[in-house]
Design a protein around this ligand. Structure first.
Ligand code: C2E
Ligand code: CA
Ligand code: CA
Ligand code: CA
Length: 279
C-alpha cells in the first residue's frame, strides 16, 4: 500500500498522536512550572536618546527550569495561550515585575517605568485590568510607573472595544504603548482614537535600516508621524552604534536592544543600572 491514501492517513494519525501527547506533556510541565515558581521576568533596558540614561525596562517572560535551562517565551507563550494558562503566567510576571520595581525604587532608581506584555484574551477581561490595579496598590507602585505593551494586531481585533479598555487604563494613569507597530495591517485612522502614549517600532523594520531604503523610509515616517501626534517612539531590536546614531538623528525618543543590553535576570539588571548610574 505504499503511496496510497491509507499510508498517508496512517502517517498523519501517528503525527497527530505525537503532537497531542506533546501538548499533554507540556500542559502538565507548565502547570508544575507554575507551582514551582519557574516563570520569571527578565528585564531589558530602555535607554533615553536624549540623556543616555535608563528610563525603564521591559519585563520578558522566561521559564527557568530546575536544572538552570532557560526556555524562551516563543516556545511556551503560544501553547500557554491555547491552554488558557497565559493569564496565570502573565499575572506571575507582572506581580514579580512590580515587586522588583518597588524594590528598585526604594534603592533610589525612581526614574524607571516597567512595562509588561499581555495576550489577546487578557485585555478584554475586565478582571485582568483590576488584577493589575491591585498588584500596583499592594506594592505601592504608582500607576504612572507601569506600562502595558499591547500589540497592534491585538488592538485591531476589535478597535472600538479595545479603545474603551485602553481609555480606562489610561485615565487611571497606566501607560499604554502599541507594540510591534507597523506589523498589524491596520489603517492609520484608528491611531487618533486610541489614548496611547507610545509607539514601539517593530524590530523587523529596525533590523536593516542601514542597508534597506524602504525600511529606513518606514522607520523615519513612523518617527515623524509619532512626534507630530505628540507620541513617544521606542525603537526595539537595535543592535549597533550606527543604528543608534541614525535613530537619534531622526528624533527617536527611546532605544531598546542588544546594543545596550540583552534581557537580564533581576540581579544582573540591577548591576547594569547601578553601573550606568554610577558612571
Ligand atoms: P516582543 O514584545 O516584541 O519583545 C521583543 C523581543 O525582541 C524579545 O524577545 C527580546 O528579547 C527581543 N529583542 C530585544 N532586543 C533585541 C535585539 O537587539 N536583537 C534581537 N535579535 N532581539 C531582540 P523574547 O524575550 O524572546 O520575547 C518574544 C515575544 O514573546 C515578545 O515579543 C512578546 O510578544 C512575547 N512575550 C514575552 N514575554 C511575555 C509575557 O510575559 N507575556 C506575554 N503575553 N507575552 C510575552
Ligand atoms: Ca513587547
Ligand atoms: Ca516586537
Ligand atoms: Ca511581539
Amino acid at each position: 500500500i505504499k503511496g496510497t491514501h491509507l499510508e498517508h492517513f496512517r502517517f498523519y494519525t501517528s503525527q497527530m498522536k505525537i503532537e497531542a501527547q506533546h501538548k499533554i506533556d507540556m500542559e502538565s510541565a507548565i502547570r508544575k512550572g507554575l507551582m514551582k515558581g519557574e516563570f520569571i521576568p527578565f528585564y531589558q533596558a530602555k535607554v533615553s536618546c536624549k540623556t543616555g540614561g535608563v528610563v525603564g525596562m521591559e519585563a520578558l517572560a522566561r521559564w527557568v527550569k530546575a536544572d538552570g535551562k532557560i526556555i524562551s517565551p516563543v516556545d511556551f507563550i503560544p501553547l500557554a495561550e491555547e491552554l488558557n494558562l497565559i493569564h496565570e503566567i502573565d499575572t506571575r510576571i507582572i506581580t514579580s515585575a512590580v515587586r522588583d520595581m518597588a524594590e528598585w525604587e526604594k534603592a533610589g532608581h525612581n526614574e524607571l517605568v516597567v512595562s509588561a506584555n499581555i495576550s489577546a484574551t487578557e485585555l478584554e477581561d475586565p478582571a485582568f485590568v483590576d488584577t493589575i490595579f491591585s498588584i500596583l496598590e499592594d506594592n505601592n507602585v504608582a500607576k504612572e510607573k507601569f506600562e502595558l505593551e499591547v500589540t497592534e494586531s491585538l488592538i485591531m481585533k476589535d478597535v472600538e472595544k479595545n479603545a474603551q479598555i485602553l481609555e480606562k487604563l489610561c485615565t487611571s494613569g497606566i501607560n499604554c504603548s502599541i507594540d510591534d507597530f507597523g506589523t498589524g495591517y491596520s489603517s492609520l485612522s484608528y491611531l487618533k482614537k486610541l489614548p496611547i502614549k507610545t509607539l514601539k517600532i517593530d524590530r523587523s523594520f529596525v533590523n536593516d535600516i542601514m542597508t534597506d531604503h524602504n525600511d529606513l523610509a518606514i522607520v523615519c515616517a513612523i518617527i515623524s508621524m509619532a512626534r507630530r501626534m505628540g507620541l513617544k517612539v521606542v525603537a526595539e531590536g537595535v543592535e549597533d552604534a550606527d543604528q543608534v546614531e541614525l535613530l537619534k538623528k531622526e528624533g527617536c525618543d527611546i532605544i531598546q536592544g542588544y546594543y545596550y543590553s540583552k534581557p537580564l535576570s533581576k540581579k544582573d539588571f540591577l548591576d547594569f543600572i547601578n553601573l550606568k548610574r554610577d558612571r
